[in-house]
Design a protein around this ligand. Sequence first.
Ligand SMILES: Cc1cc2nc3c(=O)[nH]c(=O)nc-3n(C[C@H](O)[C@H](O)[C@H](O)COP(=O)(O)OP(=O)(O)OC[C@H]3O[C@@H](n4cnc5c(N)ncnc54)[C@H](O)[C@@H]3O)c2cc1C
Length: 413
Amino acid sequence: MRNRGLVVVGAGLAGVAACESARREGFSGPITLIGAESHVPYDRPPLSKELLVGEASPAVPLLRERGRFTELDIDVMTDAPAVGLDTRARVVGTGKGDVPYQHLVIACGARSRELPGTSGISGIHTLRTHSDVEAVWKRLQSPVRVVVIGAGFIGAEVASAARNYGHPVTIVEAAPAPLTRSLGAEGGALVTELHAANGTELVLGVGVESMITDSTGTTVAGVKLTDGRVVDGDLVVVGIGAAPSTEWLSDTDIGLDARDGGIECDATLAVLSSAGLPVDGVWAAGDVAHWPNALFDKRMRLEHWASASEQGAAAARNAVSGNSPMPFTTVPYFWSDWYGTRIQFVGTSQADELLVQQRRDKTGGTVVLYRSGGRVAGVLTIGRPDLIMKYRRFVTAPDSWVSGVNYGADQCR
Ligand SMILES: Cc1cc2nc3c(=O)[nH]c(=O)nc-3n(C[C@H](O)[C@H](O)[C@H](O)COP(=O)(O)OP(=O)(O)OC[C@H]3O[C@@H](n4cnc5c(N)ncnc54)[C@H](O)[C@@H]3O)c2cc1C
């Protein structure tokens, strides 16, 4: 068996950030990064953006050059899914044998949710991994009618890529408005105008009844909706969200959220047991982790690039530094690119009021301020990548509404 040290489960963004942070903290013990996939860690945002519209078959967008792991003396295990955890003996079981730990960071992310009854039908895809993107890219190279199920960010990016090839695209969304959870109904409506402007058909408030197959019964030919309509399509991309990859923890004492199976953590990202007590030496980070974000007085599980990276670093720092663990707080931030327009959001979308700020002639993008009480709770920008980070300070400050509104008015002059 290997020497005990820092073990990180999940060779994605949060996992890499954890390993690098431990070395920055001066941790000199062994570090093992356990990954389920066959690739060394790679980045996900390019998968649904530039790689889908690239001329060549998508390369793997590595997060770090391979040499970086050797330089930091990090043992990267690929094709080695963690399959079990013994928190008393401090051992992670993997497909390639047991790995003992002194400190453990769980950063195993999430996987795409699938539509029931669709497995085994060719032409139906999800989009989270590099092999997903290879498959979708290949289909986009010849004429194809595209149906996207789910009008979330990834579905919208796939639609945008498909329109870039000139393919007809229909997005089907069960909710009456898209993106209500991330942007609120009004904010969601503003960004979804981009679909109509770029020739993507958006069907709202209707669910999927079943998939229609061709005469062989094995290949998708369309989607039957719950209102009886049929949308023809030979490429169906399902973008209905992600579920934390925690099946391997189901027989352990790790506390898992009852609704989505994410890992319950305290404010310092220490993992809690099912009885709500910290599990010795175990931390979590990234898409898999629920934690109380004191800046917003709210438990959160974010699926954003920036927070995954920050949490990975914070969890490992707390794990190895030997100092009292520090609470982790962040102002949520994400971006998405649709039809050449960058959409960005900081803060939270739970608000009493939204204020849209635009230049009078509507050129130069849109800023939407979300008010909660006397404070700017969140800011959405559409086509104003120069502004978003400048707004972050308003989201963290109390009584920031009036100054935020004045600042925005200046920027839209
Ligand atoms: C297509 C796509 C586009 C995105 N675009 C944006 C964007 O534009 N802006 C933005 O803010 N965010 C974006 N995101 C979200 C962002 O990429 C994620 O929040 C981030 O990747 C989360 O990092 P993570 O390390 O927590 O999880 P992951 O990236 O999911 O990495 C976890 C890793 O753990 C591995 N793993 C799972 N189970 C096990 C196991 N049992 N044992 C070992 N390893 C395991 C997985 O295979 C995976 O490699 C996008 C996500 C996707 C999928």
